[in-house]
Design a protein around this ligand. Structure first.
Ligand code: BDP
Length: 710
């Protein structure tokens, strides 16, 4: 098993009672329409059932004289079965029901659209793969936007890619063979995802050139049969860079006309084009600030051009000044989203959505939710999550992120002093917005198993499931993924579920607890410990550690005032040391090292203990995994085992680097006497060696004693 099938393995069911249960399923599949998505739906149903149950499943367009599955939209079904009365269906929703017709049993999969029909088929197949009874059911997605953002470059590299080269591009062009793209579209559709932005948010200026658009249209063609609409990241300077205008000022009539013509040109090539994703005035990207215009003025120009074609603009809230002065204790990057967008609430066109990262900084292992979610009450919003494990182990460490995302989605912001959890805000429920939803950065690559670590696929699956229904529990999600990916053996399922369930917490323990953020090198690769470089780097992610204390004072009373960006009830909780939750303490407050947490421990002792606990927990992964030897295929077994062994080692590197850094900084010894004492360790620089020289290591904390050999 290479892992290329992901969770769509459809492995043969051997359990006798399950087989008995499915014996009565029809072997005919009727599909009324011939649309590409409808064909995917019927083809997938036949493929999945054939593979799991054996024997033939045939697809036809007319009702047979016997039992059948019948797929269609309500109109198509009425045509075939005039007496059928289905429920009202949302556009992308589906309903599975049974009907007796002239003594024949019909399983009806009705979709509010062909896409809904496809989702109904995947739902049904999932029931069978997990050995559940197929029961009448109806579902619809939480929100219309359920997209992925790929950060792929035309040269075939992927920004923050850890699983091989791009499946979309190579050598400045769209790949000739797009088989992997259509397989990816199938994976996305199987968990209800409906949009894919295929190029990096740091968009290549060639993106909107006519010849590139023609190439990109081939990707849209590959995704279309799976109901996945392609969209593009665009650079706001394109009217100048591509259109050779003298300006890209969004209010210039020539610029407005250019965006309109360009958008019309795109829709001629790609009739179901999804829209534009915009990163502007951020990390060196040009934007409206160049002409003293604001994000609403820029977004609305694109929105007008897209509106007649039903396209949308996802304008990223990730706008900040990366050159803050770290000597200025009031300067705070976390404030930027709110400071830049709050005043624009209500000024965006109805087809603009502000795409907001879950936290105010940048995908750290723990952040509070962005206060912008509650501040925008007359503007559409989508949450941006990261399936790409940029700061969370880069798909070398197992870190199941669904619990982190649920923590964000379930955070009740108490806007207008009432219940307004983030999930209901982005669904459009809290403030009655017509549009909104979910976006995740994903870095699938040419690695056969898509994301490199076999366990990482649970994040892609889990993201889709949460975007469909954010009320699903972590347990429901991980259990479904494990069964589909590794089979239904109870020992396999419970072992893998347990490993995944706690892995975010474990990673947080050995990287950056108490809201410190990931204590990694912030400027470059974002991997491995780098406490010095997480600090005082000028990019605004400080932990403000000195010899006395640690943490960023973001209070209204004495700090940056960031906490005041939350609605009053939530701000009150964060502002006071007595109510601020321990896990966010150092994100919100600066305290002395011997400050006592709610748990009764001092901050410094917690830092030491959590690093030792986390590394010890990571060391259990490999032996727990080994209990599954022989119960799963050898290929995925060995691959995962090697990664778990690596993770155990790297967790020790993390543990020692962070603990030693804090020992040196605070001067307070570890009460358990561990930090700085490694009785069974032999230092390379202490050995007699030929051809090796001891060297000082930078950053010093990543090698014991700051020394290694070269
Ligand atoms: C950061 C990444 C950087 C992205 C940026 C973004 O390190 O590569 O370009 O976010 O989201 O997390 O635009």
């Amino acid at each position: 098993e290479t892992g290329s099938a992901g969770w769509l393995r459809y492995s043969r069911i051997t359990d006798p009672s399950a087989l008995q249960q499915y014996r009565s399923l029809p072997r005919q599949i009727v599909r009324a329409d011939t649309s590409p998505v409808g064909q995917s739906a019927s083809g997938e149903l036949a493929r999945g059932l054939r593979s799991m149950l054996g024997g033939e499943f045939r697809v036809s367009s007319a009702l047979p004289d016997g039992d059948a599955f019948v797929l269609g939209t309500p109109q198509e079904l009425h045509h075939l079965l005039p007496q059928w009365r289905g429920p009202d269906l949302a556009e992308e929703g589906f309903a599975v029901s049974k009907l007796n017709e002239h003594g024949h049993r019909l399983w009806i999969v009705a979709g509010g659209s062909q896409r809904g029909e496809l989702y109904g088929v995947f739902h049904l197949l999932e029931q069978v793969a997990e050995l559940h009874e197929i029961a009448p059911d109806a579902e619809s997605p939480s929100a219309p936007i359920r997209w992925v953002n790929q950060w792929d470059n035309f040269d075939g590299s992927i920004e923050r890619g850890y699983a091989g080269r791009s499946i979309f591009f190579e050598g400045g062009h769209v790949r000739g063979d797009l088989t992997r793209v259509s397989e990816y579209g199938r994976l996305l559709a199987s968990v209800g995802l409906n949009g894919c932005t295929v190029n990096n948010v740091n968009s290549d200026l060639r993106t909107l050139q006519p010849e590139m658009l023609r190439e990109l249209a081939r990707i849209a063609d590959a995704l279309r049969p799976w109901g996945v609409r392609m969209s593009l990241s665009v650079d706001l300077s394109s009217p100048q860079a591509v259109g050779h205008l003298s300006t890209f000022d969004p209010l210039d009539p020539q610029v407005i006309a250019w965006w309109q013509q360009k958008t019309d040109e795109i829709y001629k090539l790609i009739p179901d084009f999804g829209g534009f994703v915009v990163k502007a005035d951020s990390e060196g990207r040009l934007g409206p600030s160049h002409y003293r215009r604001n994000p609403a003025q820029a977004a609305n120009v694109l929105a007008h051009a897209l509106l007649p074609h039903h396209g949308v603009v996802l304008y990223r809230g990730f706008v900040y000044n990366q050159h803050l002065d770290w000597h200025d204790l009031k300067a705070d990057r976390a404030r930027a989203g709110y400071d830049n967008f709050r005043a624009l609430d209500g000024k965006f066109e109805p087809n603009v959505v502000i795409q907001i990262k879950n936290g105010p900084i940048d995908f750290q292992v723990r952040e509070p939710v962005s206060p912008l979610f509650a501040a925008l009450q007359h503007t559409n919003q989508a949450i941006e999550l990261q399936v790409t494990q940029e700061y969370t182990g880069q798909q070398r460490h197992m870190v199941f992120l669904v619990p982190m995302w649920k923590t964000a989605l379930d955070t009740d912001m108490r806007a207008q002093n009432r219940s307004t959890p983030v999930k209901e805000i982005i669904e459009g429920k809290s403030f009655h917005r017509p549009l909104g939803g979910f976006v995740a950065v994903v870095n699938v690559g040419l690695d056969e198993n898509w994301l490199h670590h076999p366990m990482a696929m649970a994040n892609l699956y889990g993201y889709g499931k949460l975007a469909w229904d954010p009320d699903l529990t972590t347990d429901q999600i991980i259990d479904g993924w494990t069964r589909l990916t590794f089979g239904n053996n109870p020992k396999v399922v419970s072992t893998i579920d347990d490993l995944q369930r706690n892995s975010w917490h474990v990673y947080e323990e050995y990287t950056g607890p108490l809201g410190l953020g990931t204590l990694t090198d912030i400027i470059g690769i974002h991997y491995g410990p780098g406490i010095e470089s997480a600090e005082r780097n000028g990019w605004g992610q400080w932990i403000r550690a000195d010899h006395q204390g640690i943490g960023m004072d973001r209070t209204v009373a004495t700090g940056t005032g960031y906490i005041g960006q939350y609605p009053p009830e939530l701000a009150k909780i964060y502002e006071s040391l007595s109510t601020c939750p321990d896990e966010l303490l150092l994100f919100m407050h600066h305290v002395p090292y011997n400050y006592v947490l709610h748990s009764g421990k001092t901050v410094i002792q917690h830092v030491y203990d959590s690093h030792y606990d986390g590394a010890a927990a990571a060391a259990t992964y490999a032996p727990r995994w080994q209990t599954l030897h022989g119960l799963i295929d050898e290929e995925r077994y060995q691959r995962t085992l090697a990664l778990f062994e690596y993770q155990a080692g790297h967790a020790i590197v993390w543990r020692d680097a962070v603990s030693e850094w804090f020992l040196r900084m605070s001067g307070i010894a570890d009460a358990a006497g561990r930090v700085g004492h490694y009785p069974d360790r032999i230092e390379a620089e202490a050995m007699q060696s030929d051809g090796y020289t001891p060297v000082e290591v930078t950053p010093w904390e990543t090698a014991s004693g700051g020394k290694a050999v070269t």
